[in-house]
Design a protein. Sequence first.
Lengths: 437, 101
Amino acid sequence: MPPEPGLPLIGRAAEEVICHRAGGLVTVGRLLAEATTLAAQLPAAGHAVNLCTDRYRMLLGFVAALLRGHPTLLNADASAHRLQALAGQYPGTYLLADAPVATSLPVIRVGEVEAAAGHIAPPLLPADRIAAIAFTSGSTGQPTAHRKPWGALVAAARAAAERFTLRHGDGPPSSILATVPPQHMYGFETTIMLPLQADVACHAGESFFPSDVLDALAALPPRRWLVTTPLHLRALLAEGRRPVPLAGVISATAPLAPNLAEAVERDWAVPMLEIYGASEAGSMASRRSAREADWLPYPGIRMGVEEVEVPGLGAVPLADAIEPTAGERFRLLGRRADLVKLGGRRASLAELNRLLAEVEGVADGVFLAPEDIESNPAARLSAYVVAPGRSAEDILAALRLRLEPVFLPRPLVLVEALPRDRLGKLTRAALRAMATP
Amino acid sequence: MSAGPMTPTTELPATRLLPEELEVARLIVSALSLEVAPEEIEPEAPLFNEGLGLDSIDALEMALAISKAYNVKLRSDDERNHRIFASLRSLTAHIEKNRAR
């Protein structure tokens, strides 16, 4: 058999729209021409950290890096500390940014780029070329890297396009507005990879607050899709304004509470779809949450009990316990072990407890996840701490240096002792009893 | 800077909040269940990251609470956004300027 010739960098025609910017729309041909110019300004070898918050510039930088053969590090953290850590790990790290960054690393500013002349055909990339590296942060902010071969990214985009009817011929072209950053795996898959491989254009501007999102949706042509999170959906519903007609709303990063899913379907008269995914494996399955409890795997995805088989990636361990149901479908039983997920970040309670115990003056202490952590998007952890002579502020200040902010306890309660049993164990019941006096 | 005969940096004690700042501080503390007394928030300290330690989850909660209480809609494409969120003082000033009375 002849060797695999590779997969196209862009699987679309030159005249198709790939992005909606404030100044007008951008076609595939225009993107390629601008990316060709930008690629010529990049170093000969290296790794790109693409910090652009404008989604078109993120896309442009990603394509330029690919044209140059460089992987993009999916990292949105612009702190000097984090950037130095990346530079220490990845040779030739440089930054692509659309705003000033305080750093000693080389920065290529992505602004308005001149288009290169002539027709440029999208190249074929080898399926095993590492195109992006995603990171999961964990409780301490010590990130783990997950390498994404081009073949896996393209397969995932094609599977998502099939699932959500975003392929050519499935209907009119779609436009996607996302409230998640393109440096997050979910945002990257939906607003960078889908526009490159499906009949989809992304919205470029930043949309975070409810007013931004509603106004930006109104400015997009139909079939519009909103790609978001339970946290944003809750804020959007509370805002009370009904969005323009949408083709669908997609949520991921945390389980969507049934009442939110039902409110979206009822108040906005739109299918509320949910994706099950993880940075390690990418998107794996979806469901229409208000109507079905079971998840349907994406085409090509094979769910095992402990791991998932992902096209282009192989077997990836699962963070959740699952139970197969009818057909290929499955149900999520909850997180394995003691994992909690907040604000799209995962941590182990055991690890958090260990870090708490390391704080000077802490004699004993425990983190507690609220009962509604899976359904309340704004849920926070609490902590019960025995620390004679120290104040809650002292301990919080020490934790702030060790933890991702989202895991800081609210509240942190000082107690005289924890309700440990004779074996020194803390039972869930005893902790709950203490938490609700 | 104007070189007029101004008293150089009028000495409000750093911790004293104006009445409207205290009101916004109370709103934030209750909306976000923060572990801090509203009176103790430094008016000029950053709200996010190192200062009050707020994060993006808080930003959305705060936007909701402010929208309900003052009918002021926060926006992320606002050029002055970084300045608005810089401190309790700047946020309060933004609300006061835009609130529906």
